[in-house]
Design a protein around this ligand. Structure first.
Ligand SMILES: Cc1cc2nc3c(=O)[nH]c(=O)nc-3n(C[C@H](O)[C@H](O)[C@H](O)COP(=O)(O)OP(=O)(O)OC[C@H]3O[C@@H](n4cnc5c(N)ncnc54)[C@H](O)[C@@H]3O)c2cc1C
Length: 378
């Protein structure tokens, strides 16, 4: 974003308005009535410091076109129902959103943080639809004289899909709660920091799991899984890969979390929150809570070392962050399964998730795993 070359000049006739010129290589929803974008006011410093955030209407007075030209629509892998384009702005009228010298912070807090949160909600939707398609197909498709949902190997795919979907919903709902607290201006300092961590870590992990879940769903449908007009799964697979990329690639999100941890001490806030939530989990999950705590206690010092030492590899941090986000998802699932109205399937999903991601002993090879599979799918 810091290399942005789009410029803004104050309009000589309309008070408060600016004229924006330059190229935008990616513009999603190009048919929108309003665009939010960054541009560099004339004379502002280079880098992200010099960026301002603007609201640019599609038309002036509702009729005359504002000054921009759509160069071409992108021929995209996925999310093809949404028009993304390359645009040339040629003196388009725009109005600043907030202070001119706070454009980057505004773009991150108001635009990127919202879209990363919504990206995660979208990923949960992709997983949910995939699970519905795959589980209903498996109930009806007959092979070797029986429906395929009776095969252990198919059941396992479905169970993993359902577990990952539930985990993504759980962490994204925890994030949604924080978004609500911030929106109504009642969030504590710790909640604001926790949101800052989770909005990035959760987008990273849920978008990767969405692609994995659709891949598994396509496998369950066999040859039909690859056919465009048989189910929405090929489309969802392509969409999921775009979800992984836009609003911040994995490495960029991980780098941001690492910087935030070093600068703002986010890790301590996250650890305290996890401990607090685990203390509220029902006693029936004592073994799972123990596993989650052990993972956290091993991970905390290792992460601190990576964050403090800038020569430690970013790839190591990425692996550690993945595991920490899995601990968060486990915590959210266990809290939710502790609710009096939760089902046996919710309990099985929470325990199976802990076993799959936080166990060191090859949980999915234990005989008890198959008991979990049946309960997860019940
Ligand atoms: C369909 C679509 C619509 C989009 N719509 C919009 C839009 O409306 N508005 C808008 O502003 N943007 C939009 N984007 C842009 C999108 O946000 C970027 O494409 C995305 O954030 C990735 O940035 P990039 O393309 O510059 O990739 P790059 O930053 O060039 O990344 C390439 C690779 O290098 C890695 N990498 C980059 N930096 C680092 C680093 N420091 N450390 C380690 N690895 C690194 C990345 O992880 C990635 O694997 C859209 C993108 C797509 C695909």
């Amino acid at each position: 974003m810091g290399a942005n070359t789009t410029i803004a000049l104050e309009d000589s006739e309309i008070p408060g308005a600016w004229r924006i010129s330059g190229e935008k290589w990616f513009c999603s929803v190009v048919d929108a009535d309003l665009f939010a974008m960054t541009a560099r006011p004339d004379g502002a410093p280079p880098g992200t410091k010099g960026l301002a955030c603007f609201l640019v209407p599609r038309t002036i007075d509702g009729t005359s076109p504002n000054g921009f030209r759509v160069r071409r629509l992108k021929d995209k892998l996925g999310t093809r129902a949404l028009a993304s384009a390359e645009i040339d702005f040629e003196g388009a009228l725009g109005w600043p959103i907030g202070a001119l010298d706070e454009g980057f912070a505004i773009a991150v807090s108001e635009l990127l943080n919202t879209s990363r949160w919504l990206n995660a909600l979208g990923s949960t939707g992709i997983m949910n639809r995939t699970y519905l398609e795959a589980s209903s197909f498996a109930r009806h498709r007959r092979s070797f004289g029986v429906t395929i949902d009776t095969f252990d190997a198919v059941k396992e795919q479905l169970a993993v899909m359902r577990i990952e979907m539930a985990a993504a919903v759980a962490s994204t709902m925890a994030l949604t709660y924080l978004v609500g607290r911030i929106d109504e201006d009642s969030a504590s300092d710790e909640e604001i920091l926790l949101h800052r961590f989770l909005v990035n870590a959760n987008k990273y992990v849920t978008s990767i799991t969405a692609s994995d879940v659709v891949h598994r769903g396509i496998e369950v449908l066999g040859g039909n899984g690859t056919i465009e007009d048989f189910s929405p799964l090929p489309r969802l697979y392509r969409d999921a890969i775009v979800f992984e990329s836009w609003e911040g690639t994995h490495n960029v999100l991980c780098a941001q979390v690492r910087r935030d941890c070093a600068r703002l001490g986010l890790l301590g806030v996250v650890e305290t929150w996890i401990e607090h939530e685990l203390a509220l989990v029902a006693n029936s999950f004592a073994d799972d809570v123990e596993r989650a705590r052990s993972a956290l206690h091993l991970l905390g010092p290792a992460l601190n070392k990576t964050i403090d030492n800038s020569s430690e590899s970013a790839a190591l941090f990425r692996r550690q962050l993945t595991l920490l986000t899995r601990v968060i998802q486990a915590t959210c699932l266990l809290r939710s399964a502790s609710h009096p109205l939760s089902s046996d399937s919710d309990a099985a999903i929470a325990s199976a998730f802990v076993g799959l991601h936080l166990s060191t002993g090859g949980f999915a090879e234990e005989p008890s795993w198959y008991g979990f599979v049946d309960r997860v799918l019940s």
